[in-house]
Design a protein around this ligand. Structure first.
Ligand code: M5T
Ligand code: MG
Length: 242
């Protein structure tokens, strides 16, 4: 099994169990290691559903999804999940401490590794400012930290696991644009080997992506870089202007 996190969708269709209409139709793309693939599109376009097929939260109805050259259906779930860091659209924190929340998924991580992940996720300053830093208590649901702090802890948690595939589902939306920009610059600098997939609402979060997939009604209607799409995609132009 090659230790590469290349993600390939080949003619993927998906219908939720019991639903009549497919939510994803004819999705094909390759997300290469060391590159960033962005997915943008209006609410309900199917972005969250698409990324949920990678760790097999759902299985494709037809077509194949593969990670590192292996069909995810043939991969052992535990080893598949060990390779994927997914930051969900609604970040969740457990009752415990900052440290125990960050270690979820990799219990053996050292404090230094937690700080490294926090530095990239732009969470270092606020955790250092907490009275007990990594040992500071977190209430169930993370109600003692702000939405933006919760998002950054959730991002740091994914980084601690050092996955081959890093997926951010609208993970930068609660961050102000300056923090968003610093975080993406740090990711670019520090996370160079992973396959990064970014679902975003804000175009400013994805202008530097190696490829952008524009989704509409469960389909990829256009693809390219930011500057290519500005020239070729009316849908993208509309997203940019709103
Ligand atoms: C795409 C439907 C949803 C929408 C379409 C998660 C989920 C979604 N859907 C279900 O029927 N059951 C489900 O469990 O699928 O939804 P999405 O993938 O969540 O879209 P999105 O991520 O692009 O939207 P948003 O709002 O996060 O930008 O018809 O009803
Ligand atoms: Mg979504």
């Amino acid at each position: 099994v090659p230790r590469t996190g290349e993600v390939v969708f080949d003619k993927v269709t998906f219908t939720y169990p019991g639903a009549e209409q497919p939510v994803l139709a004819d999705i094909s793309f390759t997300a290469r290691r060391g590159t960033t693939t962005a997915i943008i599109g209006s609410t309900g376009a199917g972005k969250t559903t698409l990324i949920s097929l990678i760790p097999r939260l759902h299985d494709a109805t037809s077509g194949t999804v593969s990670v590192g050259g292996v069909d995810v259906r043939e991969a052992q779930l535990e080893s598949l999940w060990a390779r994927i860091g997914l930051v969900p659209q609604r970040p969740y924190l457990f009752a415990g401490t900052v440290g125990s929340n960050l270690r979820y998924g990799r219990e053996e991580a050292t404090d230094e590794e937690l700080w490294d992940a926090l530095a990239i996720a732009q969470g270092e300053d606020f955790v250092r400012a907490m009275p007990e830093t990594l040992d500071s208590p977190i209430a169930q649901g993370g109600t003692t930290v702000s939405g933006g702090q919760r998002q950054r802890l959730s991002i740091a948690r994914a980084l601690v696991r050092q996955p081959d595939v890093l997926i951010f589902d609208d993970s930068f939306s609660a961050l102000d644009t300056a923090t968003d920009a610093r975080l993406r610059a740090a990711l670019d600098r520090e996370v160079t080997d992973a396959t990064v997939i970014v679902v975003a609402q804000r175009v400013s979060s994805i202008v530097d992506a190696d490829q952008i997939l524009v989704m509409e009604d469960g389909r990829i209607v256009d693809r390219g870089t930011h500057s290519e799409l500005l020239q070729t995609s009316p849908t993208y132009q509309e997203i940019v202007s709103t």
